[in-house]
Design a protein around this ligand. Structure first.
Ligand code: S3P
Length: 447
């Protein structure tokens, strides 16, 4: 346990890079492991979640090494599509739902048995959503009650292509099917009624796979992958993680006199719902220097302190900003007026029940909130909230970071019981925030 305290600070100023995108880092490693030859990845996120994925892929026979010369530079020697080997031990995916669900997909069409587990948070999360389509493809998933980890994947030697309509908007489920489809003869199709992050599609294309996306009459997207392609190693530069950028971004908006630039951040439109929402709240945001890296849009984002106002966030936007609700709710606490957020049922089955944890943390910080099963309403006052809360981060990095940001601009400091969990997605968070002008200190250490 590493308790952290964050208190009122002066303006945030400066320009910074961000650690690599977590979603893209997982995919670069996994697809690199399924390609023939060498993949070189720069700015790979060296957070716990991604390191667990790297370790699991090594146990499956891929050669994966960190370059000694440059932080974030990694080399993967892939085994080719269908070429992973039976692991000799249980694969531990730590805290990572993405790592677990995507690897289950990859393994479903490899003809051997693998066992997976994770930490106390991950072993409580539902895996039935991936097991169901993967069993239709021929795999068998033998799991604990409610299809939770630990579980065994009995991969099929005779996979069948499927057409599958996602019953829940989930990029993890879509990606698990596409990764299983990599080693399935013929064409597999995933239909998503609501578009979710398309990093798997972009990365598969970047590696040379044959992937087609069609818009159906009802507005749904049909993604078709032709299986068993010859994919070859590539160079991948991972963009900065917009979901990590969200924390300094909101801090700069609510701390008086701030102006920061977040450089090289991924701005994939299927991830950028928070930028849109903050814009509607009156945030002063400039997006410059748009470019593309490994098929992903990237830009530099400048934010200045802004008088925010409450808005109604449309429920359909939730998949494009699903990980950003805790920090958006913090921004809403500083805004003038009410912010209404709907379509949040999925938030309850993240690393923790994020809907509950966000509502409890805000209430403990003196903010008026209402919540039900899938909605959150925050009544902002246009001023600094009381703060002074003691927050249990549980196993949730984003809850920890969101409330540390609240503490930076609230009237009284906020305490997080354990900051170590932040390393799952944002190693160096405290140092980065303090470099910009923040005041987050480990309990018992001098500021
Ligand atoms: C992710 C998809 C989202 C998101 C998670 C990362 C991904 O989960 O919450 O942090 O990389 O595919 P769902 O697929 O459950 O929505």
């Amino acid at each position: 346990m590493r308790p952290l305290n964050s208190g009122t600070c002066g303006p945030l100023r400066g320009k910074t890079d961000l650690p690599g995108d977590k979603s893209i880092s997982h995919r670069a490693l996994m697809i690199g492991a399924a390609a023939v030859g060498e993949t070189t990845i720069s700015n790979l996120l060296e957070g716990e979640d991604v390191l667990h994925t790297a370790a699991a892929l090594r146990a499956l026979g891929a050669e994966i090494a960190r370059d000694a010369d440059e932080p974030g530079l990694w080399h993967v020697h892939g085994r080719g599509v269908g070429g992973l080997a039976e692991p000799a031990r249980v694969l531990d995916l730590g805290n990572s739902g993405t790592g677990a669900r995507l690897i289950i997909g990859l393994l479903a069409t490899h003809p051997f048995v693998s066992c997976l587990t994770g930490d106390a948070s991950l072993t409580a999360r539902p895996m039935g959503r991936v097991a169901e389509p993967l069993e239709r493809m021929g795999a068998r998933i033998v799991a604990r009650s409610e299809c939770r980890l630990p579980l065994a994947v009995v991969g099929t030697s005779d996979p069948v292509p499927i057409e599958y309509r996602l019953p829940v908007a989930s990029a993890q489920v879509k990606s698990a099917i596409l990764l299983a489809a990599l080693n399935t003869p013929g064409r597999s199709t995933v239909i998503e009624p609501v578009a979710t992050r398309d990093h798997t599609e972009l990365m598969l294309r970047h590696f040379g796979a044959d992937l087609a996306v069609a818009e159906l009459e009802d507005g749904a997207r049909a993604i078709t992958l032709t299986g068993q392609p010859e994919i070859e190693g590539r160079t991948v530069r991972v963009p900065g993680d917009l979901s990590s950028a969200a924390f300094p971004a909101v801090a700069a908006l609510v701390i008086p006199g701030s102006e920061i630039t977040l450089a090289g951040v991924g701005v994939n439109p299927l991830r950028a719902g928070l930028i849109e929402t903050l814009g509607e709240m009156g945030a002063d945001i400039t997006i410059a220097n748009r470019r593309e890296e490994a098929g992903e849009p990237v830009a530099d984002i400048t934010l200045r302190t802004s008088a925010l106002r409450g808005v109604e966030v449309p429920a359909e936007r939730a998949p494009r900003m699903i990980d950003e609700y805790p920090i958006l709710a913090v921004a809403a606490a500083f805004a003038e007026g009410t912010t209404t957020m709907g379509g949040l049922a999925e938030l309850r089955i993240k690393e923790t029940d994020r809907l509950g944890a966000t509502a409890r943390g805000l209430a403990a910080s003196g903010v008026e909130v209402e919540r039900d099963e899938d909605a959150l309403v925050v009544h902002g006052t246009g001023g600094a909230p009381e703060g002074g809360a003691a927050i249990e981060a549980g196993y949730d990095h984003r809850i920890a970071m969101a409330f540390l940001v609240l503490g930076m601009a609230a009237k009284k400091p906020v305490r997080i019981d354990d900051g170590t969990v932040i390393d799952t997605s944002f190693p160096g968070f405290v140092e980065l925030m303090n470099r910009l002008g923040g005041s987050i200190v480990a309990e018992g250490e001098a500021p």
